[in-house]
Design a protein around this ligand. Sequence first.
Ligand code: GLU
Length: 563
Amino acid sequence: MKNVRRKALRWALANAVDHEGRASPNAVMGKLIAEMPELRSKVEEFRAIVEEVVEDINRLSTAEQLARLREFGPPEAPRPERKLGLPELLDVDKYLTVVTRFAPNPNGPLHIGHVRAALLSHEYARRYGGKFILRFEDTNPANAMLEMYDLIRRDLRWLGMEWDEEHIQSDRLEIYYKYAEQLLAAGKAYVCTCDAPDFRRLRDRGEPCSCRALPAQEQLERWRRMLASEYAEERAVVRVKTDLKHPNPAVRDWPALRIVEAPHPRTGKKYRVWPLYNFSVSIDDHEMGVTHVIRGKEHVVNEMRQRTLFEHLGWAYPTAVQYGRLTIAGMMLSKTQTVRGVRGGEFSGYDDPRLGTIAALRRRGFSPEAIREVILDIGSTPVDAALSWETLYARNRKFVDIRANRYFFVANPVKLLVEGVPELSEVRLRLHPSDVKRGERVVPLLREGDVLTVHLASEDAANLREGEMFRLKDLMNVKLRSRGPPMEADFHSLELMDVPKVQWVSAGAVGVEVIKPDASQEIGLAEPAVAGLQVGEVVQFERYGFVRIDAAEPKLTTVYGHR
Ligand code: GLU
């Protein structure tokens, strides 16, 4: 901690000298964490130190600050090592604390593209010792899904994110109503009862409809009638006034609240006037003190709309960070198609291995760290980026290769009889090739007299020619006598030889089903130790791939991750 104080002092002085004598705790935090990423886990503790140091430094005169900075030796500040690769957030010194939010719509499962907003927002909040908010944006009763709230919470926790506050928009309608009323009373919004096509025609010409100029009293009366169910759906909508000549017609007098008759899965029929996204998001970002809105650039037009509302209410718009599109080749990412497919039975669930959902990646045994790293590496760049399964596999291998224990498994087994084998009843193999401490597993052998029975994977068996020497991996070298069936071979020797190696199983092998990424199933046999694995464990079936144990009953089932 002494080291931290010294480094904090260094950064606070440098920051103060750059900013007319006033250092910002956020800026110092950012520099420190970039320099010493290990501090992330103790952010609370050292934020206090940073604040103390900054306060002291800010009391000094600029000349004193400069003099003390010089005492630190080389005039240039040491370049922090950016382990996380994320650039500093803009405007951090403008705010007391950094507040970010992740605002998912609970109308479908999160996929790897969605969690970019979450991971970046969370990461930045932690980096600056700020606050990270989770907010469910469920103001469309027609598509909010009850099961998604918990699934989203689970996915975020699994990815290592905890939030400091949680809000659900469907609990906040009175707040939105209050602002709607305020805007109507101030002549900054109006209740439009025009037919949508008529309104659009006028809007596209930059002209007002007849509702726009009605006096505030009349607007409030219409609003009362909206709330009192005196209009049918689509017969009345609250619009926020904007410049009618705005270059983008989609921004002009955008709709803010509307009537929806469908019951909401959480609040039932309690409310029928619902805010639209741009309205509720603006009110909430302001009310919750969000300082940085981090989202995809598909929201540029929305941001323009939201800024008009902030202006009406006299609020400052948060700092906006817009990242580019992320395409992921060969991954099904459409929420609508996912939900439809699951409801229609085309997908087995939100964790169907064909999907790019977080639930599917978890089920395939991906490690949350790998997903986190891959997404944070892409960062918040406004440039469009492409991610491939291969990138994800390579990153994941970095984590699972060391964790996963090894087992023998043969897909589509083919029987092989080996004659003339010496007296052996089992073989002991390491659970992990490079980690001796993990111990061994016992692979029993099925022997009758001097005949050993094993099973090979059909793909390996198909490649063997009569007369060829090969090695039953970690066991013995044999020479194929006949392709059979059954295949027959003669024992040759035990010591390692430079011949092709094949995986095998023998006594007590257990039937295993493997669900592949395309949802097809492969049947095989695994060594008996596999029967003792827990659901959720990720192991490597040697020379086959990493798999996650998905179910033990009624049949041992695994889901394939990758090679
Ligand atoms: N609920 C919005 C979405 O999921 C949030 C977008 C935003 O960050 O404002 O697209």
